[in-house]
Write a protein that binds this ligand. Structure first.
Ligand code: F0G
Length: 347
């Protein structure tokens, strides 16, 4: 049977108004890829499965929450959905699908190129602010009482409901419970959602240990206080005061997991290693848990033979500039001759 999106697949486990018209781009059902070459390159000895959320319709995990949020907004009669975003929040695509308007508040100059192009082409009203994501979210909170608009940030609880479906898919695909689940943490909605999903699917008994990873320059949950001026190459998680921070800390505590941090240098190294060992291209934020895995292996936290699942939250094509910054010297042209090609390839 063809896949009809997460609401269709998991309707009995999602709160929805009766007779709501479902707004979907057939998100979800993303692959769970084994990654033996990556594990070997890091010196580990266990089974790693990568939930490649970059293969959602707008190329990030946000689609799972947005099908829920926009379906709810339309059922309530909203004509405009708004959100603050570091770029991925796919409101604009789902609003276009529903035939309503969208506005996106973004930190000026700190949005990856691919994400900006998505919001533009879907016709979103873009409101860049001279501030960071936390400032944008503060503004959104002030706007949430305006009756004309529906806020579709993850402070809207139906977003979390949609995002929890990734946990259901992981359990169904594996047919067993992973020992660990790794994922990046920014505003902390996703780790909150995954933990909710695991708890609902496994009401009693062993659940995965949740290991969430922040960027070192934007690690309020690790450092124990909000970060005023968060800085990281991983713009998607450049957040200093996460709205769902308490959900992340609960997930880590209740699962006997941890929230930890990795440097930009570690992120960029893991980003390239993943692409070059497994053929999987992600945006820098998604490489935070990959870098975290390397750290966990070095620390001896992952016993031999473990089953580890990891969410890769968004596609690498969102952020071409980061790749180009790593490979600044484009090769110069050669003559179109066999000799020149052999010489260039060292054959
Ligand atoms: N990875 C990617 C690719 C993201 O876009 C985000 C968040 C995260 C990880 C972190 O997830 O916030 O639930 O902890 N992006 C949001 C956005 C903030 O607006 O695109 P989180």
């Amino acid at each position: 049977m063809s896949w009809g999106g997460i609401i269709h697949a998991f309707r009995d486990r999602l709160p929805l108004p009766a007779n709501a018209k479902v707004i979907t781009l057939c998100e979800g059902n993303t692959p769970l890829l084994p990654a033996p070459r990556l594990v070997a390159a890091m010196g580990g000895d266990f089974d790693l499965r990568l939930k490649y959320e970059g293969l959602n319709p707008t190329a990030s995990f946000k689609d799972r929450g947005m099908t829920m949020a926009v379906t709810h907004a339309v059922a309530k009669g909203a004509k405009l959905v708004i959100c603050a975003s570091t770029g991925n929040t796919s409101a604009s695509a789902y609003a276009a699908r529903a035939g309503i308007s969208s506005a996106v508040i973004i930190p000026a100059g700190k949005i990856a190129l691919g994400k900006l192009t998505q919001a533009l082409i879907h016709g979103a009203k873009l409101l860049p602010i001279s501030g960071n994501f936390d400032d944008a979210l503060n503004l959104i909170r002030q706007m949430s009482n305006l009756k004309e608009v529906e806020v579709v940030n993850s402070i809207n609880p139906v977003r979390i409901e949609g995002q929890k479906t990734a946990s259901f898919e992981i359990l169904e695909t594996l047919g067993q419970t992973p020992d660990f689940h790794f994922l990046p943490v920014g505003n902390a909605g996703n780790i909150t959602a995954y933990w909710k999903g695991f708890c609902e699917a496994i009401p009693q008994g062993r659940r995965p240990r949740m290991f969430g990873w922040q960027a070192a320059g934007a690690a309020p949950l690790v450092d124990g206080h909000p970060v005023k001026d968060p800085q990281t190459i991983a713009t998607a998680i450049r957040i200093g005061n996460p709205a769902s921070g308490s959900g992340a800390l609960t997930a880590a505590k209740d699962s006997n997991g941890r929230i930890d941090k990795v440097t930009d240098q570690e992120i960029l190294s893991a980003y390239q290693l993943l692409a070059q060992t497994e053929g999987i291209f992600v945006e820098p934020a998604c490489a935070a848990p990959v870098a975290g895995l390397r750290k966990a292996i070095a620390a001896g936290w992952i016993p031999k033979g473990s089953l580890v699942s990891m969410t890769l939250t968004g596609h690498g094509l969102k952020d071409p500039d980061t790749v180009l910054s790593l490979f600044p010297n484009a090769p110069s042209p050669i003559a179109p001759t066999l000799d020149a090609a052999r010489k260039a390839l060292g054959l």
